[in-house]
Design a protein around this ligand. Structure first.
Ligand code: UT7
Length: 326
């Protein structure tokens, strides 16, 4: 039986850091409000000349090094992003070009903050069916370019960066045990980018109406996030007859500390088993879980044999969970 094993992780973040105190100077907000409502203290922001493909390629190189692979060994590159360098070609094609991964097929996945787990699930299916053996899955965003820096409701929430994993076919029983994905398009208007697509193309009117920037009904999204991520994490545990006690590390999407705490409480996962880095990076959408996974891997928070639960939620609406035996 073929399993899908994570053999390398990597991440990359812009050098520039924007603190809550910096944002206090831009809009009517305070460090105290942002920390209390979100847990975020700072975020990394791309500078001129840095794009989604820049961080995606850096994270990918780190993951390939850890896996001991060269880019030409990859069969597939999946990049989850809602902030591609261009509408087309895909950011995955740009990463393929940067890496010189000549033998890989490359495509993007659009599932907002759930994009990385959607990508991991697709990679798992390709590997289990024998259609591919080595796949790079990246979550990468430069959200600062679609954030309205005059809107206090959203500008303090998001950050830039990328995380990546290499997954490989393996005979061992370690790796992805199962993945679960759900979508509900009926709530698409709760979180979206109104402009720059075919519905509201770029125009002076679209720009004056702030359409190219993220629009979010924060408190509605909050409620859906707690419910949906909680449900899909429970579903993942139930499939394997596991309880929260069996989990060694829970890595939820890093959007808001209060969402993470509410889900952990619902699942019964104690604080010490929850991975949390939202205070340093903010919400990096599809990049949040692979950045966290790489940090957990580099800092010894995961050991061979550990059971890791991953859960995500994002615009679409989309949500997903994955259980990994490390
Ligand atoms: O990545 C997946 C998708 N995204 C998420 O999961 C995010 C989900 N939502 C959230 O994290 C939270 O809803 C927010 C952090 C966005 C907002 O927190 P909240 O506790 O839900 O606040 P709220 O939206 O109910 O707003 C409360 C008040 C409002 O004032 P009024 O109308 O009560 O007078 C806002 O105008 O807080 C105000 N407010 C702010 N005040 C100071 C909103 N943003 C700010 C701000 N500074 N930055």
């Amino acid at each position: 039986m073929i399993h899908t094993r994570i053999t390398g992780t990597g991440s990359a973040l812009p050098d520039k850091i924007l603190t809550n105190f910096d944002i206090e100077k831009m809009v009517d907000t305070s460090d105290e409000w942002i920390v209390t409502r979100t847990g975020i203290r700072q975020r990394h922001i791309a500078q001129e000349g840095e794009y989604t493909s820049t961080f995606a390629s850096m994270a990918a190189r780190n993951a390939l090094d850890k896996a001991g692979l060269t880019p030409d060994q990859l069969d597939m590159i999946l990049v989850a992003t809602v902030t591609p360098d261009f509408p087309f070609p895909s950011t995955a094609c740009l990463v393929q070009s940067n890496l010189k991964a000549a033998n890989a097929v490359a495509l993007d996945i659009s599932a907002a903050c759930s994009g990385f787990l959607y990508g991991l699930s697709i990679a798992d299916k390709y590997i289990r069916t024998g259609s591919a053996r080595k796949i790079l899955v990246v979550g990468a965003e430069v959200l600062s370019r679609i954030v309205d820096w005059s809107d206090r409701n959203t500008c303090c929430l998001f950050g830039d960066g990328a995380g990546a994993v290499v997954v490989e076919a393996s005979e061992s029983e370690h790796g992805i045990l199962s993945s679960h994905m759900k979508s509900d398009g009926s709530f698409w208007e709760l979180l979206y980018q109104p402009g720059c697509g075919s519905r509201n193309p770029v125009s002076p009117k679209a720009i004056s109406e702030r359409l190219p920037f993220i629009s979010m009904q924060g408190n509605e999204v909050f409620k859906h996030a707690v419910r949906a991520m909680g449900e899909i994490a429970c579903e993942a545990l139930a499939v394997h007859d596991l309880t929260a006690d069996d989990i060694d590390l829970f890595i939820p999407h890093q959007a808001n500390r209060r969402i993470i705490d509410a889900i952990a409480k619902r699942l019964g996962v104690p604080e010490k088993k929850i991975f949390n880095n939202v205070e340093r990076y903010g919400n990096t959408s599809s990049a949040s879980i692979p950045i966290a996974l790489d940090e957990a891997n580099r800092t010894g928070r995961v050991n061979t044999g550990d059971l890791i639960l991953l859960a995500a939620f994002g615009g679409g609406l989309t949500w997903a969970s994955t259980i990994v035996r490390w």
